[in-house]
Design a protein around this ligand. Structure first.
Ligand SMILES: [Mn+2]
Length: 360
């Protein structure tokens, strides 16, 4: 088909305008990038809705057509969005969690005396223990058992974030004492969740690693306090956090000067009901790519059931996780929390056998 010579000429003119627009758009982008850099220096937000609406008003009042006001707004909103993306993108290498800022893997060592475990190194790490600390007998039995299974880092909750205020809230300081003494007696390290800034100091005295749980993933005061506590942090992903929000959570702790952070994917909320949460293995792969921090997977809370933990743990390690977190209890049926999803000792032994020789 032959093209009309008038159309050809007009198209040439359009090409020329396209190139002019491109030059102008990039001129604009370069200016915006300078503004963005200055805002970052001053710790100011890039997005300013007032400024955007002023720019749009100015454009609409200057618009002589043929584009409608709505079209002009729409086009410029796209340009504003692209500019904001540019500003955010140029900040990203400056984020402390970013692999761009720190290309090598960070290893996180949890240590007390001559007992230590390292995340992100050559070996995969298994964290195991009960959901809640309930009694000295329960923790003593669990500690002896997990030690016999080759575990070095035992978990146990002294402060329990429960959906109902009438659910078991944990033993608090008494629980921390029980957990740490059981760990010490059996030569284990101890990780415990902390929920309140007021408890960080006492928790740090008893635990070798502090956990920030999924419900506190955006408790920024707690993140700052944990960042200052001088202990390694097990940082769970919020059940409704995007990957970016999760990593920015780590940034809060990093910004306090603490880079001993182990990220933990624990399943996110979706429409699915046959698992308690949906284990997001993509997030593990993305976190390993985007950050230099170790990443582990909590299979227990992701699944909410005991019969798929081995395949989930295998999948987690296959996708690049540096370890697995799992709950085990001497008598899960009588546990004061999460009694549907904790393994008993014989099921834990089967889990260890099925996983094979993967732990360091
Ligand atoms: Mn639990």
């Amino acid at each position: 088909m032959q093209t009309d010579s008038t159309i050809l000429e007009l198209r040439q003119a359009v090409n020329a305008v396209n190139l002019e627009l491109l030059t102008k758009l990039n001129e604009r982008a370069a200016l915006v990038a300078q503004i963005g850099a200055r805002q970052t220096e001053l710790s100011m937000a890039h997005f300013d809705p007032k400024r955007e609406s002023e720019m749009l008003e100015l454009l609409v009042s200057a618009n002589a057509g043929p584009f409608s006001q709505g079209t002009v707004k729409q086009l410029f909103k796209e340009i504003f969005k692209a500019s904001l993306d540019l500003e955010e993108k140029q900040d990203k290498p400056k984020l402390k969690y970013s692999r761009k800022a720190h290309p090598e893997n960070t290893t996180v060592t949890v240590v007390r005396g001559d007992i230590s475990v390292t995340f992100g190194g050559a070996h995969k790490v298994l964290i195991a223990g009960p959901c809640s600390i309930e009694s000295a007998e329960q923790m003593d039995a669990t500690a002896a058992f997990v030690k016999s299974q080759g575990v070095t880092l035992m978990r146990g909750g002294a402060y329990k974030p429960r959906t109902s205020p009438y659910g078991f809230q944990g033993l608090g300081v008494a629980g921390l004492e029980i957990g740490s003494s059981a760990a010490r007696k059996h030569g284990l390290l101890f990780v415990a969740e902390v929920m309140d800034t007021r408890d960080v100091e006492i928790a740090a005295q008893h635990a070798d690693m502090l956990q920030v749980g999924t419900r506190n993933a955006q408790n920024f005061a707690l993140l700052k306090a944990v960042g200052q506590a001088g202990k390694p942090v097990l940082l769970k992903r919020g059940m409704s956090s995007t990957i970016e929000e999760w990593l920015l959570t780590a940034e809060y702790i990093l910004a306090e000067g603490n880079d001993r952070i182990v990220l933990c994917e624990r399943g996110i909320r979706t429409f699915e009901k046959w698992t308690r949460n949906t284990l997001d293995l993509s997030a593990v792969a993305v976190a390993k790519l985007e950050t230099h921090l170790p990443v582990i997977v909590d299979v227990t809370h992701a699944a909410g059931r005991t019969d798929i933990l081995t395949p989930l743990a295998k999948a987690a390690l296959a996708v690049g996780a540096d370890g697995v977190h799992i709950e085990v209890h001497p008598d899960p049926a009588t546990a004061l929390s999460d009694n549907q999803q904790q393994l008993d000792f014989s099921a834990f032994e089967r889990f260890i056998a099925d996983m094979g020789n993967v732990w360091g």
